[in-house]
Write a protein that binds this ligand. Structure first.
Ligand code: ADP
Ligand code: MG
Length: 240
């Protein structure tokens, strides 16, 4: 689904992503871990074309995507993204948040958008909340709305950037459960997370990044039980 070769990205003098190679197959669930500042968010943003790479290749569903030759807005529609801060529209109801992009961007007809939106809210366990405003929801509920909103565009892949980092501890579980359900349904996902238990249990592969490089990638169970690289061992010894 995605292949990245020798991806590099700098902000001014700061070389943030260094020769990133990455393959994501359909239905893969990948967790991306690493210290703050190691480039995880920038990598996700490059994959969603919110940031434009300096050089390297990004192949998405067989097409090499370049800003000059592709309509990036069209590509972005196939890539759902969920952020640490949910960024819901405060003046719209939960259902309006979910139907906004299908109505405005995809020009889906209203009845269809509403029907699909309600089904998605049902799926994330918020079927009874469609008419309320985000301020009435807990952080975990808001994040589940944000997931439903991303799914409403029927993306081929979902990117999550620390989706539970802003939540009170007791609300983390419900969001991880929702993501686990998505994984079970075969959604292709890349998840930046500090939830090592979730990575080990749910992700097919875990990737450790350090200072802009991928240090190690492995099948999650083996990755956590028998990391190969010294740097990975050191990182895991601090966070586990
Ligand atoms: P992570 O998500 O792993 O914490 P980031 O990808 O957010 O790391 O950031 C990697 C580095 O790039 C950090 O040093 C950060 O300050 C810097 N950075 C990220 N975005 C920008 C930007 N838009 N402009 C300048 N520097 C940035
Ligand atoms: Mg980040």
């Amino acid at each position: 689904m995605i292949r990245v070769e020798k991806l590099n990205k700098s902000f001014g003098d700061l070389h943030v992503l260094k020769d990133i190679d990455l393959t994501v197959n359909e239905k893969d669930v990948l967790c991306l871990i690493g210290a703050s500042g190691s480039g995880k968010s920038t990598l996700l943003r490059c994959l969603n074309f919110l940031e434009i790479k300096d050089d390297g290749v990004i192949i998405f569903e067989g097409d090499q995507i370049e800003p000059k030759t592709h309509n990036l807005n069209e590509v972005r529609q196939k890539v759902g993204m969920v952020f640490q801060h949910f960024n819901l529209f405060p003046h719209k109801t939960v259902l309006e948040n979910v139907t906004e992009a299908p109505l405005m961007v995809k020009k889906t007809n209203k009845a269809t958008a509403v029907k699909e939106g309600k089904a998605l809210l049902e799926k994330v366990g918020l079927g009874d909340k469609y008419h309320v405003y985000p301020s009435k929801l807990s952080g975990g509920q808001k994040q589940r709305v944000a997931i439903a909103r991303a799914l409403a565009m029927k993306p081929d892949i979902m990117l999550f950037d620390e989706p539970t980092s802003a939540l009170d501890p007791e609300l983390v579980g419900e969001v991880l459960e929702t993501m686990k359900d998505l994984a079970k349904e075969g959604m292709t996902m890349i998840i930046v997370t500090h939830e090592m238990g979730f990575a080990k249990e749910v992700a097919d592969y875990t990737i450790y990044m350090h200072e802009g490089r991928i240090v190690e990638r492995g099948e999650s169970k083996a990755f956590f039980e028998h990391p190969k690289e010294e740097r990975t061992k050191e990182f895991l010894s601090k966070v586990l």
